[in-house]
Design a protein around this ligand. Structure first.
Ligand SMILES: C[S@@+](CC[C@H](N)C(=O)[O-])C[C@H]1O[C@@H](n2cnc3c(N)ncnc32)[C@H](O)[C@@H]1O
Length: 279
């Protein structure tokens, strides 16, 4: 593989390498919850000082991020079971490798991210005629080119894994409303950090291993579903997507967080939305 310019990444773009690094660390285990050969290959081959820059990969972070990816894979697989030729629009996709884990040979896939991470993705991951890449800063331009490029006739699922916490609440609501408006009958899935975690990260939080996470201005708790209902009248269903049960204590605690006293109201969430079909 060619040497890449990944060392130029800073801020939110660098978080694509952070999640990749942890998924690869989890995938390297014999008892992994998420086999991810593409992620493992990228971490071996990319010209980026993962350990120096991001610190040691902590097993509990690695497993939690892998379980999050597994939960998103489940939502995509369920969508493809009813819309085998549908389109998945992956917002803030970074170096996520869902496509190769769920590909049914028919799905069309639109990857949206900032220009630099997307250029890296294009360079280091294989892509065929069913995949396309759209550079876009969603914080400035939440509903532009990527909405126009999609043929919605076979169904649309919008995913935003590890993205919305980096936007402010007004932009998030605008983005969700744009999806509800543009893709009648479609669906969306995204994850959030809690309000408390977001407040701690206002000026950038210290992650495990000394890595400084960029500010996360938007947080949502389970009661935030009530606000989501008001974002657009075409939102017909709002559902909590549970994390799959993982390995050991971490794997059990994170998947049961909704039932545990301290974590119940202060935990990351995965939320799926459905949009009313056109009449
Ligand atoms: C934490 S990473 C998640 C990457 C991938 N979805 C995953 O789960 O491994 C956040 C991603 O969102 C992208 N991102 C952040 N802010 C963005 C924005 N305003 N517009 C488009 N992409 C953005 C970053 O470049 C990065 O790829």
């Amino acid at each position: 593989m060619q040497s890449t310019a990944t060392t130029d990444f800073t801020g939110v773009a660098e978080t694509a390498l952070w999640t990749l690094y942890h998924r690869a660390a989890e995938a390297a285990r014999k008892d992994t919850v998420l086999p991810d050969p593409q992620a493992a290959r990228l971490v071996r081959e990319l010209d980026f000082p993962f350990r120096q820059r991001l610190g040691p990969a902590r097993p509990w972070v690695a497993q939690t991020l892998a379980l999050r990816a597994l939960a998103f894979d489940g939502v995509v697989r369920a969508f493809l079971s009813t819309h085998p030729e549908g389109t998945v629009i992956a917002l803030g996709e970074g170096l996520e490798t869902t496509f190769w884990r769920v590909d049914n040979g028919q799905v069309r896939w639109v990857s949206v991210d900032l220009a630099d991470p997307l250029a890296l993705r294009t360079r280091v991951l294989p892509h065929g005629r069913r995949q396309c890449h759209v550079p876009c800063d969603i914080s400035r331009d939440p509903d532009s080119r990527w909405t126009e490029l999609v043929d919605p006739s076979q169904g649309v699922l919008v995913t935003a894994q590890g993205l919305l916490m980096y936007l402010d609440a007004a932009r998030v609501h605008q983005l969700i409303a744009a999806c509800a408006e543009t893709f009648p009958g479609g669906a969306m899935v995204f994850d959030t950090v809690s309000r408390r975690f977001s407040a701690r990260c206002r000026t950038g939080g210290k992650g495990p291993g000394g890595y400084r996470l960029p500010p996360m201005p938007w947080g949502m708790d389970a009661d935030g579903h009530r606000t989501l209902q008001t974002v657009h009248p075409a939102i017909t269903e709002i559902r909590d997507v549970p994390l799959p049960v993982g390995r050991g204590l971490t794997g059990h605690v994170v998947s049961r967080a909704a039932t545990l006293p301290v974590l119940r109201s202060n935990r990351p969430l995965i939320t799926s939305l459905r949009f009313r079909a056109a009449v």
